[in-house]
Design a protein around this ligand. Sequence first.
Ligand code: UD1
Ligand code: UDP
Length: 375
Amino acid sequence: MHKVLLVFGTRPEAIKMAPLVRELLRYPEQFQTRVCVTAQHRAMLDQVLSFFEITPDYDLNLMTPDQDLNGLTASVVTAMKPVLEDFKPDFVMVQGDTTTTFAAALAAFYLGIKVCHVEAGLRTNNKLAPFPEEVNRRITSVIADYHFAPTESARENLLRENIPADRILVTGNTVVDALLWALEKVETADDPDIDLLKKLTSGDQKIVLVTGHRRENFGDGFENICQALKEIARDENVRIIYPVHLNPRVQTMVHERLSGMPNIHLLAPLSYPAFIWLMKRSYMILTDSGGIQEEAPSIGKPVLVMREATERREAMDSGNVLLVGTDSDKIISACHDLLHDPGLYGRMSKKHNPYGNGEASGLIVQFLKNVTGDE
Ligand code: UD1
Ligand code: UDP
């Protein structure tokens, strides 16, 4: 029997860990499974917990308004200790590259507990983009004992950093497991967000779905993105829908520049099923999100990535994703091309997902069954 503690704190971690929680709970004879949320996010985390029907065993409730990285890191490391001492897990599982990810891994390491890293090996090789995530995931790789890489190229990144090959398993990304599960539920979901979206999208305008929240885009990046969105919205055949992240700095920047603009709808963060519903209904997606780049190829929607660097090159190589950066002219021009060039649109709308086929959680759990922890 392995005692496994899954630790996560933000919306995307919750979405990507939910299928693992469900998979581990299928084997009560082999795993004693517990969930600890740092609640680095609160409302946006709770939306996901409720959809996946996960009730955390430990809720550290750490989010503070406009929190800074230093304070959050210190509080995660400190608050994890009593949880680890109480449950005494054999394995702590963390996901991705947030403050919760690396700080929870560090807390486990200090107490001699093995760490499993889900979505390991993503790299831009630029420690300032994405900031601070590139450094968070590198630190986590140094600490982790077992590395679940979503793709072959993520595995190669880890091998280049001298992580032993037998500690790495290529699994696909659990985001696809979550998506496939949710796509079924979306059809019959009773969700007020979906009702709102049905009304907003009832016309025949092309829906351009936008999200943006990255710290390295604060300032000029967001200024340019908002400028581009205003220009794109001048086309009356287009309707922009932007569920705005709750980070107060993002809220202020976006609302100050785009509130009240015709053809632009600023919404609160959507429930996960409603967001998937909207992705399916959209013509195209403009985003700086990591998770959305990984989801869109399964739904066959073109994505323009408003970042200077991406650690997710696979969907660029398969043609679904184009890296456009944060220059307004480039965003406007790439958007125009997709709106008016059916050949390009067709090539970028292929349904093929290089990040997996929904089997990642199963592979991870099978691997863990055979691990003794003494390796
Ligand atoms: C965090 C992650 C980022 C991830 C993103 C996903 C870090 C450093 N950043 O960024 O990697 O891509 O989450 O969304 O780990 N807030 C709320 N309610 C919520 C969530 C956030 O009010 O439900 C507000 C709070 O004022 C909070 C602020 O947003 O202090 C920032 O949250 P934080 O987790 O520090 O950073 P994100 O920008 O969300
Ligand atoms: N998402 C959501 N509601 C929204 C916007 C996004 O549920 O209003 C989901 C989306 O499907 C994806 C994840 O949140 O799975 C992405 O989270 P985010 O962009 O906050 O973080 P990142 O992926 O950039 O770390």
